[in-house]
Design a protein around this ligand. Structure first.
Ligand code: F6P
Length: 549
């Protein structure tokens, strides 16, 4: 892995010069001067997913310099390293092998002298039989009843991923009711416990480390609640399961060894939905669909590994993202799925991208002087249109957006879907091309307004446009395509982080808050005086205590 700061590369210098020439060029002109623009700047993946990046503020030269950057930093070599199990997560001394979890070719991948595909396949097999038993009704609860509800208890990657996928693939769902509990706020689990029956519910405790406070606290409350009804601790074996890399802690919690679905330290928490942490997905859509989900991701992995730089979708999208963050100074990126089932997609990639690339120290241990990971956010269309799109159209910030939509809906209701897609297309058009002064003027001249009122109102109606978007149209949101789409974004994040010379697979910044909250908890819980705190924290604690003591 090369550790060069990207602003020390020749390509960066070329891009810097090139930026001066292109920064004020309008997308209107880029389109009108090149009839082949869409053809040149779009890629079709397996005849299922169309990625149109033509509405970006790039031309042939921009792309050439960006691709030079990828070549100069040798992105291809680090892809090979990741896929072959080299420990590229150097701050944690780990391989990064979520791709192995969907390695449908079953080609051996060697970590610490052993082929990890053997263990992966064994856990997949175990999940297959277990999920079949639960879905078919063969698995019974402690009173002999069949299972109706699944509660996944986890947080971060152990919640966002499985929850996002289960929701996105709701059209493939069976009869089991799925629930996700993550927040340490007791309201979250209390509300779920109100809806379920201990006799017919399974609890999946999803935690790679099996130490995360939120998850262990929620799991302990679930266990207490369950035993209140079931009385006998032996009944736990029919209802409590661990999805974890920490077998010892799971056993100590009281999980039966057979009820532990294992994964490994080379699976990053935010990439764990492909592992046992995704058991709730399998229970929701069945193992066959889960296999298709893995197939889609694997095909995108192969595309990422094999495709040349200029045809490589994750590399291209990563480069475009770097272009906006580091040359146009964009601070955020919006992910806007025009599909209600995908309502957690942006939240999922918010963690994935921001936990991965929210770093300010480079791989040489030095402070970075350029922008690293963007702020990721978004809501499903068309809700966002009536919330924050105003700022995207006329605000002072440049927000690159990804618009994602299925061609075929799972719910063919009247003309809803055509209207949804029309909105998708109209928004990307409006953002790119806007409404010029002349267009506004011509429109207003047709109205009954006099010239003075027209002149007064004119500036407010103008939309400058030139706001960049990627459009991702997917034939249908099915397990295969969703798998491919998630893999695409994962690899985009990886390439971004690699080129920006940071370590994308650790998250040390999250630790500080965890440690401090443990200290505060023990002080509050034991009523220890808080003399060491700053005056703000003391004041807040004082207010808190005034109501509870
Ligand atoms: O937020 C920090 C983090 O470690 C994430 O990376 C991870 O997804 C989450 O906490 C949950 O961790 P675990 O699966 O170990 O409970």
């Amino acid at each position: 892995m090369k550790n060069i700061n990207f602003n020390n590369t020749q390509s960066y210098k070329d891009l810097k010069n090139h930026f001066k020439k292109i920064k004020n060029v309008h997308l209107r002109d880029l389109f009108s001067s090149d009839i082949n623009r869409f053809k040149k700047f779009s890629i079709l993946f397996k005849n299922q997913i169309l990625i149109d990046f033509s509405k970006n503020r790039i031309n042939d030269n921009t792309l050439m310099y960006l691709l030079n950057l990828a070549r100069e930093t040798n992105v291809k070599s680090v892809i090979k390293e990741m896929f072959s199990g080299v420990k590229i997560n150097q701050t944690e001394d780990r391989s990064v092998l979520h791709i192995a979890l969907r390695n449908r070719s079953n080609m051996p991948i060697i970590v610490n002298n052993s082929n990890i595909m053997l263990e992966i396949n064994a856990v997949l097999e175990k999940m297959k039989y277990f999920s079949n038993d639960v879905i078919s009704g063969k698995w019974k609860g402690y009173t002999g009843k069949t299972i109706s509800d699944i509660v996944n208890i986890g947080i971060g990657g152990s919640d966002l991923g499985p929850y996002m996928v289960t929701e996105a693939l709701k059209a493939y769902k069976n009869h089991l009711n799925m629930h996700y509990v993550s927040n340490i706020d007791g309201t979250h689990i209390s509300e779920v416990l109100k809806k379920i029956d201990p006799e017919t519910t399974l609890f999946l405790i999803a935690s790679k480390t099996f130490t995360t406070d939120e998850t262990i606290t929620n799991a302990s409350s679930a266990k207490k609640w369950f035993l209140h009804y079931a009385k006998d601790v032996n009944t736990l074996d029919k209802h409590f399961f661990a999805l974890s890399a920490n077998v010892k802690n799971a056993l100590n919690f009281g999980i039966h060894i057979n009820n532990i679905f294992k994964f490994w330290d080379w699976v990053g928490g935010r990439f764990s939905l492909w592992s046992a942490a995704g058991l709730s997905i399998i229970l929701s859509i069945g193992f066959n669909n889960f296999e298709k989900f893995l197939d889609g991701a694997h095909d995108m992995d192969n595309h990422f590994y094999d495709s040349d730089y200029d045809k490589n979708i994750p590399i291209l999208l990563a480069l475009i993202s770097i272009w906006y963050a580091n040359f146009f100074g964009s601070e955020t990126e919006a992910i806007l799925p025009y599909d209600q089932y995908m309502h957690r997609f942006s939240a999922y990639f918010q963690q994935s991208n921001m936990e991965s690339n929210g770093k300010s120290i480079n791989r040489n241990g030095e402070k970075i002087s350029y922008h690293t990971g963007p702020i990721i956010w978004g809501e499903p269309g068309t809700n966002g249109q009536h919330a924050f799109y105003q700022l995207m159209h006329q605000g002072t910030k440049l927000i690159p957006c990804d618009f994602i939509a299925p061609v075929l809906s799972h719910n063919n209701l009247g003309n809803h879907h055509i209207k949804l897609i029309s909105n998708f297309l109209a928004q990307t058009q409006a953002l790119a091309f806007g409404k010029s002064k002349n267009e506004v003027l011509n429109e207003l001249l047709l109205s009954s307004k006099d010239r003075a009122s027209i002149n007064k109102i004119l500036p407010f109606y103008i939309c400058e446009g030139n706001r960049p978007t990627n459009s991702i149209l997917i034939r249908k949101i099915n397990p295969y395509n969703l798998g491919a789409l998630i893999s695409l974004y994962e690899h985009k994040i990886f390439v971004q982080g690699y080129i920006l010379n940071i370590y994308s697979f650790d998250q040390w910044g999250v630790e500080i808050g965890k440690k401090l909250s443990q200290n505060i908890f023990s002080h509050l819980n034991n009523n220890i005086p808080d003399k060491d705190y700053d005056s703000s924290t003391k004041g807040l604690i004082h207010f808190y205590k005034s109501f509870i003591t």
